[in-house]
Design a protein around this ligand. Sequence first.
Ligand SMILES: NC(=O)c1ccc[n+]([C@@H]2O[C@H](COP(=O)([O-])OP(=O)(O)OC[C@H]3O[C@@H](n4cnc5c(N)ncnc54)[C@H](OP(=O)(O)O)[C@@H]3O)[C@@H](O)[C@H]2O)c1
Length: 331
Amino acid sequence: MKAILAKQPGGVEQLTFVDLPIPQPQENELLIKVHCTACNRADLIQRRGFYPPPPGVTEVLGLEFAGVVEQVGNNCQGNWKPGDRVFGILPGGGYAEYVVTPAELVMPVPHSLSFVQAAAIAEAFLTAYQTLFWIGELKADETVLIHAGASGVGSAAIQLAHSTGARVITTIGSEPKATFCQSLGANHTINYRNGPFSSEVSKMTNDQGVELILDFVGASYFKQNIKVLKPDGRLVLIGTLGGSKVESVSLLTILMKRLKILGTTLRSRSVEYKAKLTKDFATNFLPLFETGELKPLVDRVFPWTQVKEAHLYMESNQHMGKIVLQIHNER
Ligand SMILES: NC(=O)c1ccc[n+]([C@@H]2O[C@H](COP(=O)([O-])OP(=O)(O)OC[C@H]3O[C@@H](n4cnc5c(N)ncnc54)[C@H](OP(=O)(O)O)[C@@H]3O)[C@@H](O)[C@H]2O)c1
């Protein structure tokens, strides 16, 4: 089968098609023919050599897939059979014609959705679901600040938080992104290029601040994040796009406001953890894709032969929602 990896750490010129054997499923695994995968920021960071796959995981890029079950291991959970349309997260290997994955990590593609749409759900929505609700403990009467609201994860988080009744404030870097986030349910948008977001959050909350922040910008936002959290507030950190080293922070505010600062990465979690997350999300939120209350947000679809163009497009930060790579062409 064909698959894509980075020959050496570096730019898009390192992205290369390679020939690999079709993986063989273990007794608890499914073999899946991949129709679509999606680009994630993490793929770009891995390509540059700063986010290696967890031990034992393939170097092939790709954290998610949508496709068709080809083969079922003889001790698989669930009633999966060849021909079933499925999607889910992976620790790696999604930029390939075939993947194997434990059966408990896949979800059925909702009937009304195409493979392109399904490929835009798993990594963004499972990350957003886990961080907002399992880790961030968001409640309906709370206000959440979601940074980079038009990103894959941000746009999923806005929809999930809005659907549970929470008030959503989001930061964005352009006016089209503001309109996009409002259409998803964001109550307020702040263009961080116009000045510090913390003063705007204070204005919007009558100086009360927010209960929860979902952040992947990191160092450059840390001081403002601490400032706008309410007493007992929670900061969930899932990335460091704006740097990882924070200098000259007074810990007193964290102490006096009794803040919780929580970091997490989904990719390195155990299969058991991901299986529970997948099941919880599928039970609570997957039906909302059938009713249209939740939407997979596909900005652009690239044939996977144009993977370099897709990575460059993501790096340009113009996209809103997800960038999908099409591998096989059927619906
Ligand atoms: N820990 C986990 O389990 C986990 C899981 C999934 C994703 N992640 C992380 O979540 C983040 C988002 O992933 P994604 O695939 O959804 O990303 P994405 O769609 O590529 O969106 C990233 C957006 O962040 C904004 N941005 C980039 N650099 C920034 C900076 N220095 N300061 C402020 N904003 C910046 C840009 O939007 P603007 O134009 O608005 O600036 C950009 O479009 C990544 O850091 C990824 O590694 C973590």
